[in-house]
Design a protein around this ligand. Sequence first.
Ligand code: LLP
Length: 424
Amino acid sequence: MINAFTYLDDQLHAERVPARVLAEQYGTPLYIYSRAALTDAYQSYADACIGHRAKIYFAVKANSNLAVLSVFARLGAGFDIVSGGELARVLAAGGKPSDVVFSGVGKSAAEMRSTLDIGGRCFNVESLAELAQLNQVAGESGQIAPISLRVNPDVDAKTHQYISTGLKETKFGIAFDDARAAYRAALDMKYLRITGIDCHIGSQITEISPYLNALEKILELVVQIESDGVLIHHIDVGGGLGIRYDNEIPPDIGTFVKTILDYFDRRGHGHREIWFEPGRSLVGNAGILLTRVEYLKPGAAKNFAIVDAAMNDLVRPAMYDAYHAVDAVMPRNDQPLVTYDIVGPVCESGDWLARDRPLVLEAGDLLAIRSAGAYGFAISSNYNSRPRAAELLVDGDRVHVARRRETLAQLTDGEFALPPDGIK
Ligand code: LLP
C-alpha cells in the first residue's frame, strides 16, 4: 500500500502538493484524500481477485464523499450501502445500481422500495421480520427481491467490542442455529429470490484466522441449505480487514484476499462468486485530517496542545479510544520534544485526538492526523455548533474540492426560531 503523505523538503505533502499550501488556501480542520492511495488500495483487492469470480463492494459508511465514491465507481467497484441516503450518494457519484448491495439491521420499507426500483443487486437480510417485510414490499411493487441472509457465525473477531459484530451477543445477523430454518422460510416467500449468504464479523481485524473460523461455519451451513433445495450463488465474506494506525501488523490486502479465495478453492467452493465488503482498508490510510494548533497550555500533570479540530470532526479517539498517529506538517528539529495531549475546543473531557505525543510545537503550527480516511468525516457532526470541515481530493499536483467547508448559514438551515407572536 503506498503512502501518499510523505515529507519532501522537510514538509508534509499530499501526493505532490505541500499540505501547508492546502491549509492556507482551504483552512483547517481539513480532510485530504489521495486519489493514488485510494486507487492503489482498490487495485490490491482487484489484482488479488484476478482469475476468480470475485467482486469488491466498497462499504460506503467508511467514507461517503462523492469524490471518493466516484473514484471507486470508475475503478469498477460495487457498493455496500446501509441507508437510502447512501444509495442516493452512490447514484450521484456514478455507481451502477446493479452493483449495489444493501446491508444493515433496520432497513425501512421506503429504503427497500427505492433499492428495488433501481434494480439493486442484493439485500443482505438480518432477521425473519425483515424477510417478511421485504417479501411484502417486493410483492406490492411487483418485483422479486434478490436476497442473501446475513448469518451471525458467533466467532470472536478479536477486535474492539464496539466494532465486533459476529458474536451472538450483538444485534447483527441471524443466529447460526436459526439460519437453516430462515432459508427454508425464505424459500416459501413468493417475492424473494435467494442468491447467496453473507456474514460480517467485525472491523479493524488484524488476523485472518477469525475469518477462516467464520467461513468454516458458513460453508457447513451452505451444504445444509443446498440440500434443502436452495442454490447459493455467492458468498459474501463481509468487510473488516484492519489497517495500520500504530504498530498493528494486519495482513496486506493481497494476502488477505488470496488466502480467502484459496480457502474456498481448497474446500471445493471455488465455483461460487465471492464478495468482499471492505471499507476501512480501502480508505483509512488514504486520508489525513489537517489541524492547526490554537494554543499551547502547559500544566503540572499534562501539557495540552489545543487544536482547531475536535471530536466532532474525528470521533474515533473519544468513541473507541482509537490511536491516530500525529505528525507536524513542518517539523521543528531545533528544540527538545515535549509530551502533549492533542485536544479540541469542544466542551467535553472526552474531546481528545491523541494522548502523550512527543512533539515540538508552537501556536499556529499545523499537524496531520493520520489514517483519518475511514470513519472520519463520515461520523463527523455539528456538536458545539461547529461547521463541518472541508474535504479535498488530491491527484498528483491537482486539487479537487470534494466538499466545501460548511458555513454558519448552513448550520441553522431548516431551523426556525419561534415567531414573535408565538405559535400559530
Ligand atoms: N459490511 C458491513 C455489514 C459492516 O457493518 C461494515 C462495517 C463493513 C462492511 C465495513 O467494515 P470495514 O472494512 O470498514 O471494517 N466506526 C468504526 C467502524 C464501524 C464498522 C461498522 N461496520 C470505527 O471507526 O472503527
